[in-house]
Design a protein around this ligand. Structure first.
Ligand SMILES: Nc1ncnc2c1ncn2[C@@H]1O[C@H](COP(=O)(O)OP(=O)(O)OP(=O)(O)O)[C@@H](O)[C@H]1O
Ligand SMILES: [Mg+2]
Length: 249
């Protein structure tokens, strides 16, 4: 059984089929890139997996548990965390506070918002550990909004990581970064993922980043999967060339 099993997942918005009968298997420890042109359905796929958007049809199973119909909160409790395509942190709070709050979002029960000092301390520790793994300890005390763009994107990964997910969804972690910032962020991510302790779905437009980080690639085009396999096979696929890599995007 794969860790994540997606079957015939479909989402319509009015007349648009944003995600069209997508099936996918993601094995534990795998880093799988999801690529495709603008509007292909990548972010909608993430929204479906995390319960932010409800499926029109099809199912998502995580470690054998059916996620369909669960709230985003429950899905997070099951060990799935994400970053957003658009920066989503609290700019006036420090990096450390952002990471701690993210950790609490998974581990504190909603009806007990302060959770007592033990829960609070645990969240702070998980937050700090996540900052360290992303190389952000030296900016932990600074307001998130004052960090460089590159560090802000890494902070968002740290916030997801502070929730100690088994499945991490990264939506364009290098979007808006300079060439230097991208290179640095990708080095950090490569180190983070090297031990294969975490399973990752990565949406990314930069093909160099994709080929550096991904073990497997799924290609979406107009909501549907047009290719799925190892990077070399996907790169050589004629339909992928036409739909995406050839520049028709
Ligand atoms: N909430 C929504 N309401 C209506 N249409 C939506 C909604 N969310 C997405 N769509 C549509 O679904 C399609 C897929 O969008 P989605 O954002 O998933 O694409 P994407 O692959 O993430 O694109 P990009 O590379 O630009 O981020 C698009 O046609 C988009 O306009
Ligand atoms: Mg998107």
């Amino acid at each position: 059984m794969a860790l994540l099993e997606i079957d015939e997942l479909t989402r319509r918005f009015g007349g648009i089929i944003a995600v069209d009968r997508v099936s996918m298997r993601v094995e534990a420890g795998e880093v799988r890139a999801v690529i495709g042109p603008n509007g292909a359905g990548k972010s909608t796929l993430f929204n479906l997996i995390t319960g932010v958007v409800k499926a029109s049809d099809g199912s998502v199973r995580f470690d054998g548990t059916m996620l369909s119909g669960m709230s985003p909160y429950s899905i997070c409790q099951h060990g799935i965390s994400r970053t957003f395509q658009i920066t989503a942190l609290f700019p006036e709070m420090t990096a450390r506070e952002n990471a701690r709050l993210a950790a609490q979002a998974r581990h504190v029960r909603r009806w007990q918002p302060y959770g007592g000092s033990t829960v609070f301390g645990d969240a702070a520790r998980r937050g700090d550990a996540a900052l360290e793994r992303l190389g952000l300890t030296h900016v932990a005390h600074r307001p998130a909004g004052l960090l460089s763009h590159g560090d802000q994107r890494l902070l968002e990964v740290a916030m997801a990581l502070a929730q100690q997910p088994r499945l991490l969804l990264l939506d364009e972690p290098t979007q808006g970064l300079s060439v230097e910032e991208t290179a640095q962020a990708v080095d950090t991510l490569a180190t983070l993922l090297a031990d294969r302790a975490m399973t990752v779905l990565l949406v990314e437009h930069d093909m160099e980043v994709v080929f550096r980080l991904a073990h497997m690639i799924t290609v979406l085009h107009r909501g549907a999967v047009i290719a799925d396999g190892e990077p070399d096979a996907v790169r050589a696929d004629a339909e992928v060339q036409r739909a995406y890599l050839g520049g028709l995007a």
